[in-house]
Structure formats: structure tokens, C-alpha cells
Design a protein around this ligand. Structure first.
Ligand code: NI
Length: 342
């Protein structure tokens, strides 16, 4: 027994000595790339699909230059996380993991975060630097607005998603659990497109009128329905009718996503009116309420997105809105805008 113990201890010691250490490097890299010339800006959210050759070559060179362990034979795998989008500029955070060529498991301690800015109609140029400097294109300096869509998915959601994707813009969809199953492919498209999915209860019941256990069930069923499709739980609760009280705040373990601008799209069903409601007195940090169940809303979005982009607004998801303003939403707090919460 004692002998076995010594062998085990030796193996552990060997592992501690031999395993690759975190490099300690923390590069932030900016690369401005013309993606009109066939470079796709959509990378897989997870997985090991190859990067396009130019970005791949660029990253490989950086790693070779800056990290000794890069000289070893290793395969690169990439996961992608959209950082934000501004105008024609799309910021990506790309996390690279090195995969040993002799092992199938990821060495998770060799991890690199890169930030890329992809900009239309610019020649390829690269600026690499260490540390956390921010680019001039940082969305932090823009007027941020979060577009939020309630009561879907519906047959009109795809049209809205197409418009958003055409401009590289992300939004937040506050879905009803009852519709998640019948629109599972729409949910998949939302998720893979980098949009945010929030919870708008299961069957649109007013939570303040329910008993605690019923209230929690209304929320949990939608959490589970979304998770079953995307593998991720919704990040916010959008309370039905905006109705909250102390029981909702304490009984639901999610931040409450309210709004500061109501387009009243459900009432007017008029694209021009919805558009003007959205832009009238629009401020930095506003959260705009729409419903992705009307063709008039889909039509208004077609007009709204180019307007926002041309007028210095950066549409972001709710999650991005708070992250870019340095706030971490907490359960039980109601968020009306990036500046206003109770
Ligand atoms: Ni609703």
C-alpha cells in the first residue's frame, strides 16, 4: 500500500511539473479586415471549425511570435463570442484554445482572448498590442440602445432576425415558453446568431396575481424550454405587463428587464408610428420595447436599424448594454435603462 502511495505521489508530482502553465500573456489584438472580399464574419459559437485563412495565419503568427509554447505542434480551435457591433464595424472576442496534437482533450489553461474589429472597405492592417487599451471604435463611446422583443417567437420573428443580421445588429428576444417548442428552429437561429434570449414567462400570466409556486413554475418552465434547445438559460425575466412586486423580486432568481421606451406597437400596428415612437427622444442607455408578433413591427425595424446606425446609436443586447456600462445585473432588481434601476 505504501509503495502504491509513493507511485501515485510521483505521478502527481510529474503532472504538476510537466503540464503546460498559463502563459501569462494577455494579448488584445485588433485587426481591420475587408470582409467584402469573401471573409465571413460569422464564426461558430463553439467548436473547431477552421478560421478563414487570413485570420488563421495572422493568429498563428502572433502566437508563434509571442508565446514559446506556440512553437510546439498544436492545433488551434476557436470559440466565438460577439462583443458588440457598431455601424459596419463588428467586434469579436475570439477565444483560442490549444489542442495538443496527441491528446483529444483541450488544454484549457492555454487560452487566449483576442479582440478583432472587422471593418468594411478597409485594407487589411493589423495592430497588435498587449494590455487593455480600447479602440476608438469601442461601442462604449456610442449611444447604446437595447432593442427588446416580447411575446414571440412568431411567424414574423424571422423577418426581424433577417433585418438585424443584415446590419450585424444584435437584439434581445423575450420569449414565451408556450411558443418555444413550436418555434424551436427560430430559437436556434436567434441563439446561433448571437442574439439574447430572455424569459417572458410560460403562458403570459401576470406574475403578481399568482401564488409563489405558480409564479416560479411560470418562469422555470420557460428557462427549461429554452435550455433544452440552446443549452443556455435565459439571462433576464421580462415581467408580463411590467408587473412586479416584492414577491416577484425575491421569488425569481433573475434580473428583471423593464424598458424605458414603449413603442406601443401592439396598439397602433402602424410601422411609421412604431418607428417614430422608437426614435422620439431616444437616449443613450434606453431599452426599447417591441413585440415580434406583428408584421408592422417587422416593417418598422427595417426602417429603424439603418436610422439608428446613421445617427450614432449602437444597438446592443440587454446583456451587452449593462456590460458595456460596467454594470452586472442582479436578481430582484428591475432595470429600466442602463442608468435607471430600482
Ligand atoms: Ni407580453
Amino acid at each position: 500500500m505504501k509503495y502504491k502511495g509513493i507511485i501515485l505521489l510521483s505521478i502527481i508530482m510529474m503532472l504538476i511539473i510537466c503540464l503546460p502553465r498559463p502563459s501569462g500573456h494577455n494579448y488584445e489584438v485588433e485587426s481591420i479586415i475587408d470582409y467584402d472580399k469573401g471573409i465571413s464574419v460569422h464564426y461558430p459559437k463553439t467548436g473547431d471549425e477552421k478560421l478563414d485563412d487570413r485570420i488563421y495565419a495572422y493568429i498563428s503568427r502572433l502566437i508563434r511570435e509571442h508565446d514559446e509554447s506556440g512553437k510546439r505542434d498544436a492545433l488551434l480551435s476557436v470559440s466565438f463570442d460577439c462583443y458588440s457591433s457598431v455601424f459596419t464595424v463588428i467586434r469579436f472576442k475570439i477565444t483560442l484554445q490549444k489542442q495538443s496534437s496527441t491528446r483529444s482533450t483541450y488544454l484549457t489553461n492555454t487560452r487566449y482572448n483576442y479582440f478583432f474589429t472587422l471593418k468594411k472597405n478597409e485594407p487589411v492592417m493589423t495592430i497588435a498590442y498587449m494590455g487593455g487599451e480600447k479602440s476608438e471604435e469601442s461601442p462604449k463611446g456610442k449611444k447604446l440602445v437595447a432593442l427588446t422583443f416580447d411575446d414571440g417567437p412568431s411567424e414574423h420573428t424571422i423577418s426581424i432576425l433577417n433585418t438585424l443580421d443584415n446590419y450585424g445588429v444584435k437584439a434581445t428576444f423575450c420569449v414565451l415558453g408556450t411558443k418555444v417548442g413550436s418555434y424551436s428552429s427560430t430559437i436556434e437561429i436567434m441563439h446561433s446568431g448571437g442574439h439574447e434570449i430572455a424569459n417572458h414567462t410560460f403562458s403570459h400570466q401576470k406574475l403578481t396575481s399568482l401564488k409563489d409556486d405558480e409564479m416560479q413554475k411560470e418562469v422555470q418552465r420557460t428557462q427549461d424550454a429554452v435550455y433544452n434547445i440552446t443549452g443556455e438559460y435565459p439571462t433576464f425575466l421580462r415581467p408580463t405587463y411590467g408587473a412586479i412586486n416584492s414577491r416577484v423580486r425575491t421569488g425569481i432568481d433573475l434580473p428583471l428587464l423593464m424598458w424605458s421606451k414603449d413603442t406601443l406597437d401592439w396598439k397602433s400596428r402602424d410601422a411609421n408610428y412604431i418607428f417614430s415612437q422608437a426614435i422620439n427622444g431616444l437616449n443613450d442607455g434606453d431599452i426599447i420595447l417591441f413585440h415580434d408578433i406583428y408584421p408592422s413591427t417587422a416593417e418598422a425595424i427595417e426602417k429603424l436599424i439603418p436610422y439608428l446606425l446613421d445617427n450614432g446609436y449602437c444597438p446592443v443586447t440587454a446583456k451587452e448594454l449593462f456590460a458595456l456600462r460596467g454594470k452586472e445585473p442582479s436578481s430582484g432588481t428591475a432595470y429600466f435603462s442602463s442608468k435607471d434601476s430600482t
